[in-house]
Design a protein around this ligand. Sequence first.
Ligand SMILES: Nc1ncnc2c1ncn2[C@@H]1O[C@H](COP(=O)(O)OP(=O)(O)OP(=O)(O)O)[C@@H](O)[C@H]1O
Length: 503
Amino acid sequence: MLGYDPTIDPYYAPAQYAFTRQPLNYHLYTLPRPEALAHRYFISDDVREELTRRVETTRTVAPPGLNLPEDLQGYHSLMPLEPVNTGDTRRQFGNWYSTVYRAVNSKDGAPYALRRIEGFRLMQQSAFAAIEAWSRIHHPNIVSVREAFTTRAFSDSSLVVVHDYHPNARTLYDAHLRSVPPEFVGGRLQGPQIPQAGDIPERTMWSYIIQIANAIRAVHDAGLAVRIVDVTKVIITGKNSPVRLSLSTERTMVRLSSCGIVDVLMHEARADVAYLQQEDLAMFGKLIFQLGCGKMHALTNLPKAMEAMSHFYSADLQKVALLLVGKPEPRKNIGQVFDMIGNRLLAEMDEMQNAADRLEGELMSELENGRLVRLLCKFGFINERPEFAREPRWSETGDRYIIKLFRDYVFHQVDEHGNPVVNLTHVLTCLNKLDAGTDERIMLVSRDEQSCLVVSYKDIKTCIDSAFRCVVLISSRSMGWSHYATVSCRDGDGVGQRTSLRK
Ligand SMILES: Nc1ncnc2c1ncn2[C@@H]1O[C@H](COP(=O)(O)OP(=O)(O)OP(=O)(O)O)[C@@H](O)[C@H]1O
């Protein structure tokens, strides 16, 4: 591609385990595109990078020596999503040691997030009833719960709860409250980063509040309680960049993770749901104070926390936080939060619709690409086959000679000095016209300039279809498939014909 410099490699090193991968230039397609061209052929670089990173993360494998089970009740390829430590630094879930793994389900081949709680003994099967109730909740701001089981595969008695997997998810704690020591990035010293009150813009705070409140409402409406609304258990699962930088801020998607686990762990305690729902609200209020004040222990001194919040956030936001951490009372419920946030909800809706519009736009620019790839594959299958070399139809007097000439016309253009012309727009235009089979005529000239043919895209399309069907037929015969219906190796308009083959 024009301007492609393989030495400039936007190399991305995944955070968890380093591995080597082939350099991939994310901007490969975008350079030849003139800025003035309104129509864009490919999704934007930031979306492509984000999605590529997700795919890449999904395919990372666990380093050797972790001694993980090969099969865990139908899940394989376990990969820890957090450092697997021993000793004092081990990660805890309440009073239990816990680790989150990614694993692939053998039945559907999809990756899932498995939270393992160590040293758990199931006393009553009914403890899993809550998981069934949770698996019926499908909400954009809740990480879906799939199933739960106990296992001895880790050489102990563990509880495993399976959730949907969101590659590259980060907890709110990691994103906003974790202190980062000074470090060298690309040869430059950066940091330290110490979270401060007011670090998170008010708009983002409202977005978090609305999304989490929305999730809590769905859970309460289903007669359940979240039971753990915590900065380490709310994950950021994606970012929608602004439609236009000047118009809006980036919108971040957050989801409650770890749902259903406390219900199983505390099954025997049998607490009243209304009481637990009040606890959810208090935990939610605490989370707002933590994020607003930039520290975990914000609520140890409420007046000080309020003062810090008042410097950076509106009175409305403070009111919501205060309501939530206030005394539990029967009339207090998550609906009250929505009564208080009125207009902010509309702003959030605007952001969501803008984000949806933008993604739809991105989709539009990729819409034709699958079709063009299929066309290019057809081309690849039929062009330059040595077995056709002696066939008269591919010779200079044969009807399929135009496929060769057309290939040169599309890909092997040269300028007046004989230098290659690399013009993606020309290729895409030709392929689109070919796929549509337009009546437009073009002049195909052989390299030695001895032959010259004037043909329409429709003619070329017919030729390519016929040649491709011929290749498919020969290939299917060699595989023992008998010709069943309409495949024809003869020339003719193959448009709309279907191929069905039977062994
Ligand atoms: N459903 C999920 N999909 C993808 N990643 C997840 C999912 N749930 C959790 N994670 C990731 O797994 C890691 C560990 O999650 P965990 O909830 O244990 O957070 P934590 O910060 O380690 O909290 P704690 O200190 O309480 O252990 C985090 O990086 C989190 O982003």
